[in-house]
Write a protein that binds this ligand. Structure first.
Ligand SMILES: Nc1ncnc2c1ncn2[C@@H]1O[C@H](COP(=O)(O)OP(=O)(O)O)[C@@H](O)[C@H]1O
Ligand SMILES: [Mg+2]
Length: 271
């Protein structure tokens, strides 16, 4: 089992959309996938329809250190979810004031059986709950808007986060490698130029802790339409309309690059 955490030090960059769609394509490929909505605002929790709601959710997973009773079933076959439930907003404070609060979820997931991949969505702000998600990961995935200023901010903000959490390795929680993905690409920007300078900058600064994926996710209406229809985007957009890669191509390429051990069948999307 591999745990992937989608994170960024900024909000609104596409974390939840990316988590939902990565989960969707991996599940359609026959993997048993568990999503964890570790954002207080439960956006991922309502992305897909819930078919069987578990009595517990994120609160119990983080505080109780156990997955028992926390796993709900979505309408997508092979795709389950731990729903975000923190009605009184006490979770962040609990993590802050509990000595092992930041690593309890990591240990709970270690005991999880029956899943191939766990995908954790996080809030787009630095804080104890973001730490919980980041520390649970085998690898980290971070969407980056394709503007050079955002890109530099990514390198700084994310490096700061990794530096701050690195000492947790002495408590048995080493950090996963971080993959940046250029996200919401549009035709007005020279994609290659931004990507290349980002690669150079992160290579120079990050001491090998960060790499930028070749795959880029275009900014297209398909991602919003699929969210409205509550289906994985690779099912929604299976063919190119112009020069922009369709969602099936993009998500396939992302899986190949990020999780090379995962096989994707050729008839994906024909569900
Ligand atoms: N590839 C994309 N192209 C266009 N719009 C997108 C894309 N991905 C996400 N969006 C839209 O961008 C907004 C923010 O995305 P979201 O995934 O909620 O970000 P975050 O979780 O980082 O806050 C949403 O309205 C979503 O529909
Ligand atoms: Mg989100």
């Amino acid at each position: 089992m591999i745990v992937v955490t989608v994170c960024s030090t900024k909000g609104g960059v596409g974390k939840t959309t990316l988590t939902a769609n990565l989960g969707g394509i991996l599940a359609d490929a026959g993997n048993r996938v568990l999503l964890v909505d570790a954002d207080i605002q439960p956006t991922l929790s309502s992305y897909y329809p819930i078919e069987a709601r578990a009595p517990e959710g994120l609160h119990h997973l983080v505080t109780g250190g156990s997955v028992e009773g926390t796993i709900s079933r979505t309408a997508v076959t092979n795709l389950d979810i731990v729903i975000s439930d923190d009605p009184d907003g006490s979770l962040e404070n609990w993590v802050l004031h509990t000595p092992d609060g930041r690593v309890r979820m990591k240990h709970a997931l270690k005991g999880l059986t029956g899943y191939d991949i766990v995908l954790i969505d996080t809030q787009g702000a630095v804080g104890p709950l973001q730490d919980v998600g980041v520390l649970a990961a085998d690898l980290l995935l971070s969407p980056i808007p394709p503007e050079i200023l955002s890109a530099r901010e990514f390198a700084r903000g994310t490096l700061g986060m990794l530096d701050r959490l690195r000492p947790m390795q002495f408590l048995g929680a080493p950090l996963g490698h971080l993959y940046g993905i250029i996200y919401r690409m549009d035709h007005t920007v020279d994609a290659r130029r931004v990507a290349d300078s980002l690669r150079k900058a992160t290579f120079a600064d990050s001491r090998g802790a960060i790499s930028i994926l070749e795959t880029m996710v275009p900014g297209t209406v398909a991602y919003r339409e699929a969210a409205t229809a509550r289906v994985p985007v690779h099912r929604w957009e299976r063919q190119r309309r112009g020069s922009t890669a369709c969602a099936l191509e993009t998500m396939t390429s992302l899986v190949h690059e990020l999780l090379p051990h995962v096989d994707l069948p050729t008839d994906l999307g024909e569900v």
